[in-house]
Design a protein around this ligand. Structure first.
Ligand code: HEM
Length: 327
């Protein structure tokens, strides 16, 4: 056999082998990708760095107590540490930007179990897998010659990864929230809930504002300024607690449990499982929520992560990010 023929035979053999899925990026590689675009992490989160701390409490409804054995859903009043944020990577981001707003919560149960979550004001995430997130970040890293992202590299990434444009399209089609108190916040990833009946049910959640959904008008986007959210929230909470209903949504036949760029249809069964009340907002930036990453690996029992790879990647990446910004 000639060298050429044996090389062709070897190539044919390799092609016949089953394709091995690439390993997901490590938590360090994920945070390195953020740093490649943003520069070294100092004391700010690389994602949603602009934010304001608050406190409040959460009380499960009887349905919530039925649907999960988690101590967070006992029906007792559970103290919560809260962070409202503005998406993107700029600590001075504009409050009228077409990015997400966020509601992050740590529930501290009387038994000492802690549950943390970070939610966004869009029903979908901007990357279907951790690899797509990392590749998207790296595609946008500044070109040393110009200090700007290379437009061709970004365009090639977007063309090859159309699912990464879905969240941006949703945000472009919806005006920014008029207040942190007037937007829903979606958990986006699927979690597994163990009920009192022993059944484990997949579900996603959304926090629905009791004040109703209100968005800025086009006119307000031009005139309200870039820094109104924190003061507006302080004024509101000084008058009365700001409340959200926590709603679980259950998948239907064929719904994708593992891809956070695809929302489940609105007609899927929904159950109100608890109410969050925000009772106090920190006076200025920073505060007790700063050294919290809002997604720990060791969560209160009763609710576990699904196999969604973006969810699996999150907790460890948040821990790495937290350790870099607090070192
Ligand atoms: C591959 C998936 C993801 C990765 C690698 C990732 C990575 C990160 C990192 C490194 C941080 C900063 C953590 C810190 O320093 O404390 C962060 C914050 C955040 N992420 Fe993600 N994220 C992912 C998916 C998501 C999804 C699906 C959501 C939607 C709910 C989300 C919402 C947030 C929010 C709201 C924050 C700010 C939390 C706060 O208030 O402190 N992330 N993310």
């Amino acid at each position: 056999m000639t060298l050429r023929r044996s090389l062709l035979a070897a190539a044919a053999l390799l092609l016949a082998l089953p394709v091995q899925a690439a390993d997901p990026p490590s938590p360090d590689a994920i945070v390195d990708a953020f740093e490649a675009v943003l520069g070294p992490i100092t004391n700010y989160r690389p994602s949603h760095p602009k934010g304001t701390c608050a406190v409040g409490h959460f009380t499960a409804t009887p349905d919530g107590t039925r649907l999960t054995v988690s101590p967070v859903f006992s029906g007792q009043r559970i103290p919560t540490l809260i962070r409202f944020g503005v998406g993107g990577a700029n600590p001075n981001a504009s409050d009228v930007a077409r990015s997400t707003r966020s509601l992050s919560i740590r529930f501290d149960t009387p038994s000492g179990d802690v549950w943390e979550m970070a939610n966004i004001s869009a029903p979908i995430f901007g990357a279907p897998t951790p690899q797509a997130l990392v590749d998207g970040l790296l595609a946008r890293r500044p070109d040393p010659a110009t200090g700007q992202p290379n437009a061709e590299r970004v365009a090639a990434f977007v063309a090859a990864n159309p699912a990464t444009t879905l969240q941006g399209r949703w945000l472009a089609a919806n005006l920014p929230p008029a207040s942190w108190a007037t937007t829903p916040y979606w958990g986006v990833n699927t979690f597994m809930f163990r009920g009192q009946d022993g059944q484990v049910r997949p579900a996603r959640w959304v926090f629905e504002p009791r004040a109703g959904v209100q968005r800025l008008t086009e006119e307000q986007v031009r005139t309200i300024g870039t820094n109104f959210l924190a003061d507006e929230m302080r004024r509101r909470v000084a008058t009365a607690p700001v409340e959200f209903d926590m709603v679980l949504q259950f998948p239907g036949q064929g719904d994708d449990l593992l891809n956070p760029t695809i929302a489940w249809p609105d007609d899927r069964p929904r159950t109100v499982v608890g109410r969050l009340a925000v009772t106090e907002v920190s006076a200025g930036p920073g505060g007790p929520c700063d050294p919290v990453s809002f997604l720990i690996l060791d969560q209160a029992p009763g609710i576990t992560m699904s196999d969604d790879p973006t969810l699996q990647a999150r907790a460890s990446a948040y821990a790495v990010s937290l350790s870099r910004r607090t070192r």
